[in-house]
Design a protein around this ligand. Structure first.
Ligand code: PLP
Length: 370
């Protein structure tokens, strides 16, 4: 079975983990410090890096440190992984969804302005599938309305925007290292930021609120959670980070092969390539009505050919939790269409060109059902 994703690990990763296991220090320690330094180096710009036990924790820590809470509204795309919106609910704030563009799958900046109210405190753009959001118009709006911009770059480690690494701007940007991401620490995440005041609060939120003074004495003056990354994950991350650009080059080449081989067809919407795309996922849209199949039938036909695909993602506003905020079918047509029509084709560095060709033939045969 060809999976839609698989982490790329070899003896170097296994040895790095074994070394930590044998060292006697498994929790946050020297490997985390080294990984944070290596990530800061990789991202570039004038930023500080903090790693977390998940991308979700990193995102939550920023909203909490910023004081987002009840009565506040936070703008987020209606199509993303649900964590992008759950973190808003976690803080007691209200998610305000905005539709996404059908091709880039990213938040439609032209629709963000209309969603801003006097209660809006933040915008969370998501760099979907490794494609950078066009950030300039978002930052302009944020400046006009004095809003926090928290970039959800969970899917975008190694993505570049205008020739610079995502995360290097100094604004808060969070990454995920979940095993299906372009590099992994098993579970894990990171925050890149250049804001010493916010960072001090975030350090407390990350680890029990504990503050240490120069003598090493500790105090707790505000609540903190438990969001730290263990050294085992960081040791894995150090090895994966060295290989990340190579992984992403491979992803780009495979994505380009998909784009060359998949046909133009009125039942098919393909993603497009842009400079700096890290191709975390390759998601197509298939118009099931035109093809004369439903998605489950298509998944079954692909399974019979030993091809597993994903469905990233259902529209968030249609989940029961978010319907409670008054959202309903028809609110965000692109997000809903993506939710119904999307298929994530296999894409990971260990894939061969022949695997791409095989998947393309299978998609062509689905289209030929017409
Ligand atoms: C867009 C987006 N945001 C947030 C997350 C959460 O990251 P994690 O799984 O590391 O908590 C993910 C993970 O898939 C994601 O895709």
């Amino acid at each position: 079975m060809l999976p839609f994703t698989r982490p790329t690990l070899d003896d170097e990763e296994f040895a790095a983990i074994k070394e930590v296991l044998q060292s006697g220090w498994l929790a946050t320690g020297p490997k985390v410090a080294a990984f944070e330094a290596a990530l800061a180096d990789y991202i570039g710009g004038d930023v500080q890096l903090r790693v977390f036990n998940s991308g979700t924790s990193a995102l939550e820590a920023v909203l909490l440190a910023y004081g987002i809470g009840p009565g506040d509204e936070v703008i987020v795309p209606a199509m993303s992984f649900v964590a992008s919106a759950n973190i808003i609910v976690r803080c007691g704030a209200t998610p305000k969804f905005v539709d996404v563009d059908l091709v880039s799958r990213n938040i439609d900046a032209t629709k963000v302005a209309a969603a801003i109210t006097p209660n809006t405190k933040a915008i969370i753009p998501v760099h979907f599938a490794g494609r950078a959001v066009d950030m300039d118009p978002i930052y302009q709006l944020a400046k006009q309305h004095n809003l926090l911009v928290l970039e959800d770059a969970a899917q975008a480690i190694g993505t570049q925007y205008q020739g610079r690494q995502i995360g290097s701007s100094g604004n808060p940007v969070c990454f995920s290292f979940h095993p299906n991401k372009n590099m992994t620490t098993i579970e894990g995440g990171a925050l890149a930021i250049n804001d010493p005041i916010l960072l001090k609060k975030i350090d407390g939120i990350r680890f029990h609120g504990i503050e240490k003074d120069e003598q090493g004495d500790i105090d707790v003056s505000a609540w903190g959670g438990k969001m730290n990354m263990p050294d085992v994950g960081a040791a894995l991350g150090l090895v994966q980070l060295k290989k990340l650009d190579g992984f992403n080059q491979k992803r780009r080449a495979l994505a380009q092969r998909y784009l060359q081989q998949l046909p133009t067809h009125d039942a098919l919407v393909l993603p497009t390539d842009v400079e700096g795309h890290s191709w975390h996922m390759f998601c197509i849209l298939l118009d099931w009505k035109k093809i004369g199949l439903n998605r489950n039938q298509a998944l079954e036909l692909l399974k019979q050919q030993s091809i597993a695909v994903g469905t990233h993602y259902p529209a968030i506003h249609l989940f029961s939790l978010y319907r409670q905020y008054g959202y309903k079918s028809g609110d965000f047509p692109h997000a809903e269409r993506i939710g119904e029509q999307t298929l994530t084709l296999p894409l990971f560095p260990g894939m061969k060109e022949g695997d791409v060709d095989r998947v393309c033939s299978a998609i062509v045969s689905l289209l030929n059902q017409v």
